[in-house]
Design a protein. Structure first.
Length: 448
């Protein structure tokens, strides 16, 4: 007897249980010719499934019956009910298997240790031998164990989430991760958070988004907060620890801050340009009130007063991607045009280089350039542009470490301040080429 397909078997069972009436018991009272009562038709079964698998294209000979218009719109009930029920049960069993995962008790049993030992080994706590920690972690990885975030929240009162945002420009839209400084800083902060069991959430600064109220944060890193920053004040009022990337202004209540010595960095750049032969140094700065912009601009003005130079600078809103190019053009179009410029922001190098070309100025012969940026692309421009690096990777790691210490109650509880070094990368744009000299070869004695 040939092997039957699953659908064929299912239909055979239906026939044996009497769900399809035999031809002898058909209703012959209907107004149809007798010759139609016993006529057999072929019904394709390839569209039906059994346990989620498509059946082979087979046919069953079924005696035709008169059906009402309502029943003619769908197949007879016995044909699809068993297949749908079987498929549903199969899907439910698969879903049940997906929901099953190893718990901490399974890890403890498999590793041959207590539940407390598993918890200490996976959380880096307690006094356990290194071999025990490695063994427990290997077992947990093999079983696919993942700690329950909900259980940890109930146990510790912490969500394991820390936020990161830039509030410098308030309600203005600003995609800060498009800038090299913020992108590198966020990468370092993410790695530092994961190393200590936390996840980093990048959040918008604008209050028009209701994201802040939907995320349970243990703490927040705020980059370059403005004077009297409302976001910082609101977070502190809620009891959420805040660490600032940037020296806070006034009495902004942060738990710790990390920053560079911006005054010293600007003075070093101005002295470098003066040593390269610049006589009138200009500045491209911003209009915001954050510490970086304010301290850098103040250092430039103090330097000009000290050396007796009239300040030559242009300000623009740094969050506007088009405003920098306009400000660079204005600076080089001034009657007192500078012969050297320092730009505070990432795009200033390319903006100033393009403006110099429009005005027929050669870099570095007619104009010396330096900008603050982390972009490696400045090493390949023509000419390569000198840049000031603020070391955002170090800052990102430091702010997260200080924030998690504040969350976990590590330290004295007093505000902590860290100052990171900067690095001036000197390239061709800020070095004047020395004039070429031609040295004639010595005359030979024969020519005398």
């Amino acid at each position: 007897m040939p092997r039957r397909t699953p659908v064929a078997c299912a239909l055979a069972r239906i026939t044996r249980t009497g769900e399809v009436r035999r031809p002898g018991k058909l209703d012959h009272t209907a107004n149809r010719p007798d010759r139609m009562a016993n006529q057999r038709v072929q019904i394709p079964c390839s569209a039906w499934h059994f346990k989620g698998r498509p059946a082979l294209p087979i046919y069953r000979n079924v005696t035709a019956q008169r059906r009402s218009p309502a029943s003619a719109t769908r197949p007879p009930e016995p044909y699809y009910r068993p297949a749908m029920t079987a498929a549903g049960n199969h899907q439910a069993s698969r879903s049940g298997r997906r929901l099953e995962r190893a718990g901490i008790r399974d890890v403890a049993a498999a590793a041959g240790v207590s539940i407390t030992t598993v918890s200490d080994a996976l959380n880096g706590k307690g006094r356990l031998p290194d071999a025990t920690r490695r063994h427990v972690r290997e077992v947990a990885n093999r079983l696919g164990y993942r700690p329950s975030a909900a259980a940890r929240t109930l146990r510790t009162g912490r969500s394991g989430l820390i936020g990161l945002t830039v509030t410098t420009y308030g309600e203005e839209p600003f995609t800060f991760t498009e800038f090299a400084y913020f992108a590198e800083m966020a990468r370092a902060a993410t790695s530092a958070a994961l190393a200590r069991g936390y996840a980093l959430v990048i959040l918008p600064a604008s209050s028009r988004h209701d994201v802040w109220s939907n995320v349970a944060l243990d703490g927040t890193v705020v980059i370059d907060p403005s004077d009297h920053d409302p976001v910082v004040a609101d977070l502190v009022r809620q009891g959420i620890p805040v660490v600032s990337d940037g020296r806070p202004a006034g009495n902004l209540p942060v738990h710790a801050w990390v920053d560079n010595d911006h005054e010293q960095a600007v003075l070093g750049i101005l002295d470098h340009l003066a040593d390269a032969g610049a006589r009138r140094i200009g500045l491209l700065t911003g209009t915001s009130t954050d510490t970086y912009t304010r301290l850098s601009t103040t250092a430039y003005l103090d330097w000009c007063e000290r050396v007796g130079q009239e300040p030559v600078y242009e300000s623009y809103p740094a969050h506007d991607p088009c405003a920098g190019a306009v400000a660079a053009d204005r600076l080089l179009a001034r009657p007192d045009r500078p012969d050297a410029v320092y730009g505070l922001f990432d795009p200033n190098g390319t903006d100033l280089l393009a403006a110099a070309r429009r005005y027929g100025l050669r870099v570095p012969e007619d104009l010396l350039l330096v900008c603050c940026s982390e972009r490696a692309a400045y090493a390949t421009t023509e000419p390569p542009i000198s840049t000031l690096s603020l070391k955002p990777g170090r800052i990102g790691t430091a702010v997260v470490q200080l924030l998690i210490d504040a969350i976990e109650g590590v330290g004295s509880g007093r505000p902590v301040a860290q100052v990171m070094p900067t690095d001036l990368i000197v390239r061709a744009s800020s070095q004047r080429r020395s004039p070429r000299t031609t040295v004639s070869p010595p005359r030979s004695p024969e020519n005398d």
